[in-house]
Ligand binder design. Structure first.
Ligand code: ADP
Length: 560
């Protein structure tokens, strides 16, 4: 700005000076011309008067009156030179000279006779002769030249003085603007500083005052915007979803902490294209389509073996600027939901399948009775016994399913301090009665243990594990049940038997719902017993250890 002001002012000055020169020179020229006319008129009149009063020859006259470079020419009525200050001209015809043709006019030209630039004027005498006077032109223009030099030198001096003065005024005038510039750059860095109103120009002080007000308001707005942005970022980081924002060229302009973890993002990837960190083609294509066709995309996408409910949304702003985000991508981890959904589906199909077999059996037995096919009382008794057995199985199945569902949807806790060994003793007493025909010896190693828990959970846990030991043990074998405290004050419950054992390959699967090693085995239960045990252990943050060898026996240990 400084340079532009100086340049423009100097151009203006030079233009003004040039205009001034042109006008001055034209005026000088006119004055000079007037001066020449009066000088030449005076000269010719003087020479005429002298000539009229001169008694001697023309030659004598021109010799006598040609002084100070003045040249006199006497011509006859036909324009032939009779006498001339320079002899060479005598006898020559000068009738066609412009000063002779236009008497009284002042002519300037280079003389053929003496070869210098001359000013001419001629006059006709009463006897029709002509008299002509000429003087050198150079003497006339020297004053003109002199004034040109004076003009040039004075212009240079004026320009220099003007330039120095302009610079000084300029810097005084621009000082406040430098302050404004500094103030704005500070504001840009988020720092507000008041500018002092000490300029010599009141108008500038008014502007500075206005600028101070604008800067102050802007700084307040900036603080608000920054706070708002900080809060928004904190909220977005707290959200349990992956959030990404892209501009119109698919460059990343925002990511939250979940996105950072999922895509391994860092600050360097800001403003970088999405292909640098998104490896999923479907997601990449969705972002492309959203940018190109303003389309919304919603689908489950699998990334790193996890399922994400993914939205890719076009964003609209009122501004047409490309700086703003054009695409919002959100990903919600729904792996658990999807797995749970799948588990529920599997559970329903398994449960209905499990219920089908006893129902079919009951129906078959009932039809036998209905069609009166059982003749003997004994046969009827036998079939009704089987119906009761099947209904018992169904009842056990439904009870187990309810127990599982209860464990999954615990709404109310019935926790209380319970004495575990007494619950376990009751369970053992009941089971001994059921399996008394097997003549199994059960050794119970117990310790009095108080535990804060739901008594139903522990009754079920003890029953399922001890009953399995009974079910899968041969006659007259030994079952050892132990309920003790570990060194680190944890509850350790273990059941070991000398039964059929579990194959290595099956060991990891026996805790699944409805999983039975041998489906056809008569002793087999609902297939939900160990699944229930697993859920109870998870509920109390415990762990299960299984040791088993085929035909040798099994030990299941629960530590809580
Ligand atoms: P079930 O009602 O069939 O006993 P569980 O879930 O309790 O169902 O057990 C799943 C499977 O694990 C059983 O079918 C059985 O094959 C095997 N199993 C469980 N406990 C033992 C054990 N103590 N000895 C041998 N096999 C066992």
């Amino acid at each position: 700005m400084k340079k532009a002001i100086i340049r423009n002012n100097m151009l203006l000055l030079l233009s003004a000076l040039t205009l001034f020169f042109v006008i001055a020179f034209i005026s000088l020229y006119q004055i000079e011309k007037k001066h020449q006319t009066s000088l030449m008129s005076f000269l010719i009149d003087e020479v005429e008067t002298s000539y009229v009063n001169f008694d001697e020859s023309d030659f004598e006259f021109v010799q006598q009156f040609s002084q100070n470079d003045r040249r006199i020419t006497i011509l006859d009525a036909n324009g032939f030179v009779l006498a001339d200050t320079h002899d060479d001209a005598v006898g020559k015809d000068k009738s066609q000279r412009p000063e002779i043709l236009d008497l009284g006019s002042i002519q300037s030209r280079k003389s053929d006779t003496i070869g210098v630039e001359l000013l001419y004027i001629a006059k006709q005498l009463d006897n029709d002769m002509y008299i002509r006077v000429s003087i050198p032109y150079e003497s006339q223009i020297s004053t003109y030249n002199q004034s040109i030099w004076i003009f040039i030198i004075s212009s240079i001096i004026i320009s220099i003085v003007y330039y120095i003065g302009l610079k000084k005024v300029n810097s005084n005038l621009l000082k406040p603007w430098d302050k404004v510039k500094d103030g704005l750059s500070l504001l840009n860095q988020g720092k507000y500083q008041m500018m002092s109103l000490n300029s010599n120009y009141p108008e500038i002080n008014d502007i500075l005052h206005e600028m101070n007000q604008i800067n102050y308001d802007t700084s307040l707005n900036l603080i608000h915007i920054k706070n708002y942005q900080k809060q928004s970022n904190e909220i977005l980081n707290e959200i349990k979803q992956v959030i990404l924002l892209f501009d119109h060229e698919k460059n990343l302009i925002f990511y939250n902490s979940k996105a950072k973890d999922l895509f391994d993002l860092n600050e360097d990837l800001l403003n970088k294209n999405s292909y640098n960190f998104i490896r999923d083609h479907e997601l990449e294509n969705a972002i492309d389509k959203t940018i190109d066709f303003d389309q919304l995309f919603h689908k489950d996408i699998k990334i790193n073996n996890q399922y994400y409910d993914t939205f890719v949304l076009p964003l609209h702003t009122e501004s047409s600027s490309n700086e703003f985000a054009k695409v919002l991508v959100t990903l919600k981890d729904v792996t658990e939901d999807r797995q749970l959904g799948q588990m529920k589906k599997d559970f329903i199909s398994h449960a209905s399948h499990e219920l089908k077999s006893p129902l079919a059996a009951i129906r078959g037995y009932a039809e036998l009775i209905q069609l009166d096919m059982l003749k003997k009382q004994e046969e009827v008794k036998n079939v009704s016994g089987k119906i009761v057995e099947q209904t018992k199985f169904m009842n056990a199945l439904v009870e187990d399913m309810l127990m599982l569902s209860r464990l999954e949807n615990i709404k109310e806790e019935h926790f209380q301090d319970i004495e575990l060994s007494s619950i376990c003793s009751k369970v053992i007493t009941g089971l001994k009665q059921v399996y008394k025909d097997k003549h199994i010896k059960l050794i119970f190693d117990k310790e009095a243990l108080i535990y804060h828990a739901d008594p139903i959970d522990f009754a079920k846990l003890f029953k399922n594990l001890i009953e399995n030991a009974y079910k899968y043990s041969p006659q007259k074998s030994v079952i050892k049940v132990s309920l003790t405290k570990t060194e680190d004050q944890k509850v350790c419950f273990s059941v070991s038997d000398q039964g059929i054992g579990i194959d290595k390959e099956q060991q990891s699967r026996i805790f699944e719902r409805f999983y039975r090693v041998d489906k056809g085995r008569l002793e087999g239960g609902t297939g939900l017993g160990l699944a229930i045990v697993k859920h109870i252990v998870i509920k109390y943050n415990g762990e299960i250890k299984l040791t088993s060898a085929l035909q040798k026996g099994t030990e299941i240990k629960v530590i809580l």
